[in-house]
Design a protein around this ligand. Structure first.
Ligand code: PLP
Length: 412
């Protein structure tokens, strides 16, 4: 044990990202292993929100649409995300939720592949992805939703009817990283497009959409991008598809001339047409500020720290919690693993509740997955070590086996 503690300390001492931790507001008495669900707030975001409210809103009022850059914020925030996903400036639109952006992009894909009807979606993807695909398929007469089940080869399921493949780049339960370039190549060979969900990737693992010859992508900003609860999501469609790109939520803010008040819709050039209605300025301002930190981050160092943290957690847990009923549910190969670690346990729900009651916050994904997220910007290896020790103690002493931890009312 002392050995692990000493190693954690040494890793912290030589951590090139250690300086970023002080930019975050760290909740008291908490080891936060849920940054893959809702990232922590930065001090600068609190001040930016206050300024946006008191200066831009209260004083500037309607003048702030131009004067404070509100109108352009969906695209300026998008420019901050672009380098994290390997695309150019002006190509990423921020707004609405990931769910809404999935709808826009799937519909755009169907439009771009007129002779084809099938949306081929991963059967074990995050539920909103499948729910949205199903909602769209129910609405568009020619569209049909089919599932690619775990273990099935894409090449066996894709065909001349496939319009678009919908996939998560990093699986929300198993942390598995898909081979983006290979999936794109296989889909393109069959004439289909691929829509990538980058919710568990952006800010956690390398993403290079253009290099991987991707078609379109969406993603969350409140996870590793720390944009805040309900922060607006992003969407990107490769420039080769413009100007044909059509998305059905053709609101006035994506119009070529929103203030021309014309009867007929004419799409703005490029990604601006992915914007629907009036942007959520308070949320966008918080996100825009939260994204500023990425200007200073060495991405290679960040990804390396993520790999080391997840590897270290797995090693300590597997050593200390041997024969305690835990089953590793993520790839052992660092290069195939995102920045979270899942263990399965029949009493996983109760264990996560017990951990939370002792200040270690992770989350639980039904039916039996205990999930621990490792946000490299603000976590220390010592915290990773301490969390593993707490988990061991709870398991050894069966501290999770108490009525209070069985109540399934807590949402994390
Ligand atoms: C978190 C997450 C979402 C969230 O969608 P919202 O519309 O923001 O609620 C969508 N897809 C995946 C894969 C996610 O991990």
């Amino acid at each position: 044990m002392a050995d692990f503690a000493a190693r954690a300390e040494a890793l912290d001492r030589t951590d090139p990202l250690a300086g970023f931790r002080s930019r975050f507001i760290l909740p008291d008495g908490v080891i936060y292993l849920d940054g893959n669900s809702l990232g922590l707030m930065q001090h600068s975001v609190a001040s930016r929100l206050a300024r946006t409210a008191s200066k831009e809103w209260a004083e500037g009022v309607i003048r702030s649409w131009g004067g404070a850059g509100w109108f352009d914020l969906p695209m300026t925030a998008g420019d901050r995300i672009a380098p994290l996903i390997g695309v150019g400036r002006g190509e990423v639109a921020v707004g609405d939720s990931t769910s809404a952006n999935l709808f826009k992009c799937l519909a755009a894909a169907l439009h771009l592949r007129p002779g084809r009807s099938v949306i081929l979606a991963e059967g074990d993807n995050f539920p909103t992805d499948t729910y949205i695909a199903s909602g769209l398929a129910g609405l568009v007469e020619r569209a049909e939703l089919r599932f690619l089940e775990p273990g099935e080869a894409l090449s066996d399921r894709i065909g001349a009817e496939t319009a678009v493949v919908l996939m998560s780049h990093v699986d929300y339960r198993t942390a598995e990283i898909r081979d983006m370039a290979a999936v794109n190549a296989a889909a393109h060979a069959a004439g289909a497009l691929v829509l990538w969900d980058l919710s568990h990737s952006t800010g956690a693992v390398p993403v290079d959409l253009v290099a991987a010859d991707a078609d379109m992508a969406v993603g969350c900003t409140y996870k590793y991008l720390n944009g805040g609860p309900g922060a607006p999501a992003f969407a990107w469609i490769h420039s080769r598809f413009y100007p044909e790109v059509r998305q059905p939520l053709s609101g006035w803010m994506g119009h070529l001339a929103p203030f021309g008040f014309e009867r007929d819709y004419a799409a703005a050039p490029g990604a601006r047409r992915l914007v629907c209605g009036t942007p959520q300025i308070l949320s966008l301002a918080a996100l825009d500020e939260a994204l500023a930190i990425w200007d200073d981050v060495d991405l290679a160092a960040l990804f390396e720290k993520g790999r080391r943290m997840t590897a270290f957690f797995i090693e300590v847990v597997e050593t200390e919690c041997r024969d305690l009923g835990l089953q590793l549910a993520v790839p052992r190969d660092c290069d195939r693993r995102g920045s979270h670690v899942s263990f399965r346990h029949a009493s996983g729900f109760e264990i996560m509740q017990a951990l939370a009651s002792e200040g270690v916050i992770g989350d639980f994904r039904a039916p039996d997955t205990m999930r621990f997220g490792f946000a490299p910007l603000y976590l220390t290896f010592t915290e990773v070590y301490q969390a593993a020790v707490r988990l061991r103690d709870i398991l050894v002493e069966r501290r999770w086996d108490a009525p209070a931890f069985r109540k399934r009312t807590v949402v994390t």
